[in-house]
Design a protein around this ligand. Structure first.
Ligand code: LRH
Ligand code: MN
Length: 430
């Protein structure tokens, strides 16, 4: 039996803080009532909100320069599931994880599904990987995968994605996320038009193998690892592809995949309008695809994105069914602490966006009362919604302070004993 935090340990840890939580909640309830907002309605929505954990995010991440693994690193998907379950046990906001293949490959997916179910963790979208060569792989992805100039390599990449769909079906997943690194480092290296033709040809073959109730998420990215051109570099290209492929194809927005200062919430608004918003890989960034913790650098940007999502939900936008996932690299923190903090920051942005007085905002926009419009948005953003998040967590059996309870449980020390450290240094994202 491996160590898991006991439910009564969490309850005991919550005891001393519960009165203060109730008091703060009552105070916020009075404050919001003065704004004509019913707190219980908001809390119920927040309690129903969920964001998926990237399985590749529970191990320490790294960069091309180095990776500094910590104690009790997960050795494989079974360890990763335990850590995902612990994040959910304390935050009650992450009931599913998003696996990545072949990083999470096992011989018996039935056994994996059973273990996940026993831990109370489900599977969100599965991620394929044709951006690395695997040992014994016949053909290399050095010069691309789904858009490689050689048919054989494209077919190999299509085959891998079809295999991922098969695995996902065994795990109960309903979507495939396809991010490819395909691109070029030099002008002239590739034909910018033909590579898109090959992309559509390859993706059509994958699309044809999707079960009827599945979706495929196309993930765009400005650059890296290609640094002159990237085949699926922006939302426009992704939307062109989704519309060419069919109604199951949607566009996934990884917050770190845009040029600095791009207005991501406007991209979100456009993809919602097109009925093609797949969902998100939430994280934060200051320079490039930094994969920092969501809400750690620019929480106002995360709020502005959720403002578009709540607006779409309020107006009943057609085909609006986004999948929410984190995609981060935890290079200097305990990944479990970062994932818990990030899940709560995403919840925070959602709760704040639910507080926007949409009728007043629309009136101010109609009247071009610019300062009023901004102040209505800011009033929601500056509201401390912590009592809502805590109450929602507490009602679902979570921890009032997940990081404090996690530390008090010595979970990491227990895992360090159970999981002998891998020897040797390494670099790379996982
Ligand atoms: C690409 C990406 C993609 C994953 C990978 C781990 O940068 O965001 O979503 O496959 O990170
Ligand atoms: Mn991503």
């Amino acid at each position: 039996m491996t160590f898991q935090i006991a439910a009564d340990f969490i309850a005991a840890q919550n005891l001393s803080a519960a009165p203060a939580v109730a008091e703060a909640y009552a105070a916020l309830s009075r404050q919001l009532a003065r704004r004509g907002v019913d707190l219980e309605t908001i809390t119920a929505k927040v309690a129903a909100f969920a964001v998926a954990i990237p399985t590749w995010g529970v191990g320490t991440g790294g960069t091309r320069f180095a990776r500094f693994p910590g104690p009790g690193e997960p050795r494989g998907i079974f360890d990763k599931l335990e850590d995902c379950a612990t994040v959910h046990q304390l935050t009650r906001a992450t009931p599913t994880c998003s696996p990545h293949f072949p990083w999470d490959k096992v011989d018996d997916y039935g056994e994996l599904a059973d273990r996940a179910a026993a831990l109370g963790v489900g599977f969100d979208a599965v991620n394929s990987n044709t951006f690395q060569d695997q040992t014994g792989q016949p053909l290399s992805y050095k010069f691309g995968s789904l858009t490689h100039s050689q048919r054989g390599v494209r077919d190999q990449a299509v085959g891998h994605n079809v295999e991922c769909i098969g695995i996902g079906e065994k795990l109960g997943s309903k979507a495939l996320t396809v991010w490819i690194a395909d691109g070029s480092n030099f002008p002239g290296q590739s034909n910018l038009n033909r590579v898109f033709d090959w992309y559509l040809e390859s993706m059509s073959a994958i699309y044809a193998r999707l079960p009827s109730d599945w979706r495929v998420f196309l993930e765009h990215k400005l650059c890296e690892p290609a640094f002159y051109s990237t085949v699926i570099s922006d939302w426009g290209t992704s939307l062109m592809a989704a519309e060419a492929l069919g109604p199951k194809a949607h566009c996934l927005v990884d917050l770190g995949h845009h040029a600095p200062n791009v207005n991501i919430e406007q991209i979100v608004a456009r993809l919602i309008r097109a009925g093609r918003l797949a969902g998100f890989h939430f994280n934060d960034s200051k320079y490039g695809d930094d994969d920092l913790d969501a809400g750690s650098v620019d929480p106002f940007r995360l709020f502005r994105v959720f403002n578009e999502l709540v607006d779409a939900s309020a107006r009943g936008a057609a085909g609006f069914d986004p999948a929410y996932m984190l995609d981060q690299s935890h290079n200097v923190t305990d990944p479990i602490e970062s994932l818990m903090a990030s899940a709560m920051e995403v919840e925070r942005a959602y709760a704040q966006a639910l507080l926007v007085d949409r009728a007043a905002l629309e009136a101010a926009q109609e009247a071009n009362d610019v300062m009023r419009a901004l102040s209505i948005l800011k009033a929601a953003f500056v509201t401390d919604v912590s009592p809502i998040l805590t109450q929602a967590r507490l009602r679902k059996g979570g921890a009032i302070d997940p990081i404090a309870v996690y530390r008090a449980s010595n979970y990491r020390a227990h895992k360090a004993k159970e999981r002998p450290a891998a020897s040797g240094s390494s670099s790379g994202i996982v």
